[in-house]
Design a protein around this ligand. Structure first.
Ligand SMILES: [Zn+2]
Length: 262
């Protein structure tokens, strides 16, 4: 009987390691999971897409404190989330209308944020999300990081959720990964010339404040392709590229896919 119990224990303990994770269970981080094909995976009780070869993706919210529950079949895997400390960044000298937009821009801003939200909501079968991402601008200086609380002209604003690469106007921008262009807009109020790429399973990247855009909605872009140039369009104080990483509506830290230390 005792021997049988040991066998049962061994069986269940090996079973419980069927899922492998790449990435860290830290606030703002991006995680790739690998399970056996055809397995149902839930993240916080919501079903996520699993690729034919068993890959799935999810992310951890910036301020998440609760444990995250990943359900594989009928088994729960519970992971603790490590907290982070975010920086405070002050920016002065922005044109007043860009800090607190006048009312006549409200309709436009609402329409534009809906466009971006729609691009982020796409849940395609592409599996590029599991491939390595590359840094989009060579030899740039990182001038803004994810999570920093922004104080614009002395007014506290919502935190910065991207990663800023400063380099002169006209510098080529590379696609960080293979993907499909799901948004290509020349002049959005906040983000200026903006691109969004779908990498599959709800994982998307957004490029902001660009000068020129060389691709169109629907284009299949290869990792490393030049998709446009650095600019200072939208709410921006100087030429730079601001990139975002999203898992559906959850804003994640792009540094986590680029191996950038902070
Ligand atoms: Zn930025």
């Amino acid at each position: 009987m005792f021997r049988l119990l040991i066998l049962v224990a061994i069986f269940f303990s090996t079973q419980s390691f069927a899922v492998e994770f790449q990435g860290k269970f830290i606030q703002g981080h991006y995680i790739i999971g690998k399970t056996t094909p055809e397995t149902t995976i839930l993240v916080d009780k919501k079903k996520v897409k699993v690729s034919k070869d068993g890959y799935f993706a999810f992310g951890i919210e910036k301020e998440r404190k609760l444990d995250i529950v990943i359900t594989e079949g009928n088994k729960n895997i519970i992971k603790k989330i490590l907290k982070r400390k975010y920086k405070i960044q002050k920016i002065e000298g922005l044109p007043e209308k860009k800090v607190t937009p006048p009312e006549e821009f409200y309709v436009r801003i609402k329409k534009e944020s809906k466009l971006i939200a729609e691009a982020r909501a796409i849940d395609s079968d592409l599996t590029f999300f599991k491939d390595k991402f590359i840094i989009p601008v060579d030899d740039a200086i990182i001038t803004g990081v994810y999570g920093s609380q922004r104080i614009l002209n002395g007014i506290p604003k919502s935190p910065h959720l991207g990663l800023d690469f400063a380099k002169e106007k006209g510098t080529p921008i590379k696609a960080m990964n293979n993907g499909i262009v799901t948004l290509a807009e020349k002049d959005l109020f906040y983000t200026g010339a903006t691109l969004n790429f779908d990498h599959g399973h709800g994982v998307s990247t957004l490029y902001m404040h660009m000068d020129e855009i060389f691709v169109n909605v629907g284009d299949h872009v290869k990792k490393g392709d030049i998709v446009g140039t650095i600019g200072t369009s939208g709410r921006s104080t100087g030429p730079h590229l601001d990139i975002r990483l999203n898992w559906f509506g959850t804003r994640l830290d792009p540094a986590t896919i680029l191996n950038i230390q902070q």
